[in-house]
Design a binder for this molecule. Structure first.
Ligand code: C2E
Ligand code: CA
Ligand code: CA
Ligand code: CA
Length: 278
């Protein structure tokens, strides 16, 4: 029995108990995940709707635990946010993704943009700008090749802070995109003040885009608004040719999703590029 302080008592169900036991277990295991080499990045191609070329890659974190198997970032990122591990992990993600991009460029692949997800805790770190620029400069990667993805929910949680951080990154030549756009209740007056390069239309709107008139209208409105504000658009979770053709017709700049490729280990990402003739 747990005393909740307000209306007396509440009871842990066995499901809640199992949930908190796993959270605890993952939280502890996460402390060693980096040093034991259990974390990896996969890269998902981002494709221009203009010419079908791969113009970018999103780095997505993978955790392979020796006993627990592969654990989804949707499960472990929130735990890492809570216990602070997201700070060293997030820094490792930035370094690894930038180094990968540098290796690809050195090996003669066409330059492209590397998109890296930023957690709420990283976004609030006062030295974010210094960290990002030092990683880029150490690897001799021009700032314009990095794009940081911040979810709309995190940006809108503290819009004043977001405006300040975005201004700083923008001045440093680093691109920002707003992830999961449409799910975080942006106020348009703030959106106008965000130095954002790209809106990433959430996959929940893309899913039924060929059938659902509401989703069609929402996606068309986001694309038009972005274009009026001088922002690019990318749609995530594109799985079918029908979705692609609707998005292209509406003027969405880029697409990403299983229709093209799932997130791939670095070597397979290169094979994918070669198969596309890039
Ligand atoms: P997200 O940033 O919105 O990433 C998109 C998710 O959709 C990825 O899941 C990706 O694998 C998946 N996806 C891509 N194409 C399709 C598609 O066509 N259909 C469907 N149904 N799904 C698709 P993933 O890799 O499991 O990542 C889940 C979330 O974990 C990410 O959502 C992001 O919020 C977080 N995450 C992943 N890597 C990192 C990281 O390095 N740092 C931070 N802070 N968060 C990360
Ligand atoms: Ca993302
Ligand atoms: Ca997203
Ligand atoms: Ca998402």
């Amino acid at each position: 029995v747990k005393h909740d302080g307000r209306n007396g008592f509440c009871f842990f169900t066995s499901e809640m108990q199992a949930h908190s036991a796993r959270t605890l277990q993952l939280g502890n295991a996460l402390r060693h995940a980096l040093t034991r080499g259990q974390l990896h990045l996969h890269y998902q191609p981002q494709i221009s709707t203009q010419d079908g070329h791969v113009v970018g890659a999103e780095a997505l974190l993978r955790w392979q635990h020796p006993e627990l198997g592969s654990i989804s970032p949707a499960e472990f990122i929130p735990i890492a946010e809570d216990n602070g591990q997201i700070i060293p992990i997030g820094e490792w993600v930035l370094r690894t993704a930038i180094k990968q991009l540098k290796d690809w460029m050195d090996s003669g692949l066409p330059p492209m943009i590397m998109a890296v997800n930023l957690s709420a805790a990283q976004f609030r770190q006062s030295n974010l700008m210094e960290l990002v620029t030092s990683i880029l400069d150490e690897s001799k990667v021009p700032h314009r090749y990095l794009e940081l993805e911040l979810t709309e929910a995190v940006a809108m949680d503290d819009p004043q802070l977001a405006i300040g951080v975005m201004d700083k990154l923008h001045t440093g030549g680093i691109k920002m995109s707003i992830d999961d756009f449409g799910t975080g209740y942006s106020s348009l007056s703030y959106l106008k003040r965000f130095k954002v390069y790209k809106l990433k239309i959430d996959q929940s709107f893309v899913h039924d885009i060929t059938d659902d008139p509401d989703d069609k209208a929402i996606v068309a409105a986001i694309i038009n608004m972005a274009s009026s504000l001088g922002m690019q658009t990318i749609a995530e979770g594109v799985e079918t040719a029908g979705q692609l053709s609707f998005l292209r017709l509406q003027g969405c700049n880029e697409v990403q999703g299983y229709y093209f490729s799932k997130p791939l280990p670095a070597e397979q990402f290169v094979s994918y590029l070669q198969k596309q003739g890039q």
